[in-house]
Design a protein around this ligand. Structure first.
Ligand SMILES: [Zn+2]
Length: 233
């Protein structure tokens, strides 16, 4: 009886020891599985509220066109199993610092700031002009994007190829970007300009629903590929 109790005691001790040994490993596995399953995209519809953005030829303000595009893209991404976080869902003013904070809390694989313009043509992709820096535990707020800028350029390259493949005219450039420069994720601004024919005449305005749907479909497919692409940590 004593022996049995001792054995049970010992067995119990080993069980605890075994659990203790296994616990950290299984948590790590669970975390890996979780991060592999979760692919989050932040959609930042630029402008809103008092900040109307530019006026489009249709008479609509940029803030409405960016929100419509965000809603359109959100549903396509969600349908492809991505977690989508938006910085606004209505016609409200959102401070650039709040937009960046929402993005940074989301731990997203792609943060897209959405704009619309009447100038130029096709799709304008902008990444931050900050010089790349090493990732660190604490990043200066003003230049936080610098640690992610290489990933951002890679993401812009992937979206650029997909858009070109689908027949869009694309302009890629780097500039100082409000909100994006504070984001700790692969981030960029995507600006929809009018679709123009070979003669330069506008064939679709940036707020044209068919045009927006085509751009959103291409971006959703490109992000799905970006999700599956093996990358350096
Ligand atoms: Zn804008």
């Amino acid at each position: 009886m004593r022996w049995t109790r001792a054995f049970i005691g010992l067995n119990f001790f080993y069980s605890i020891a075994l659990l203790a040994a296994l616990a950290p490993a299984s948590i790590a596995v669970a975390q890996t599985a979780n991060s592999a399953a979760r692919f989050a995209v932040v959609l930042d519809a630029a402008h809103g509220g008092d900040d109307t953005g530019g006026r489009l030829a249709s008479g609509q303000m940029e803030k409405a066109a960016t929100l419509a595009f965000s809603v359109r893209l959100r549903s396509l991404l969600a349908a492809r199993g991505m977690a989508v976080i938006t910085t606004r869902e209505s016609d409200t003013a959102v401070d650039p610092a709040i937009r960046a904070q929402i993005a940074n809390r989301s731990k997203a694989e792609a943060c897209l700031s959405l704009h619309a313009t009447e100038s130029g043509s096709g799709i304008h992709l902008f990444t931050s002009s900050l010089q790349p820096s090493q990732p660190a535990r604490f990043l200066p707020w003003k230049t936080a994007q610098s640690a992610y800028v290489e990933h951002s350029i890679a993401l812009a390259g992937a979206l650029n190829s997909a858009l070109l493949h689908d027949g869009f005219n694309v302009t890629l450039s780097r500039t100082a970007l409000i909100a994006v420069d504070n984001m700790t994720c692969p981030a960029m601004a995507i600006e929809i300009a009018p679709l123009r024919g070979p003669d330069g005449k506008v064939t679709a305005e940036p707020d044209d629903s068919d045009y927006q749907a085509r751009v959103a479909t291409t971006l959703a497919a490109a992000l799905l590929e970006w999700r599956l692409e093996p990358r350096q940590p």
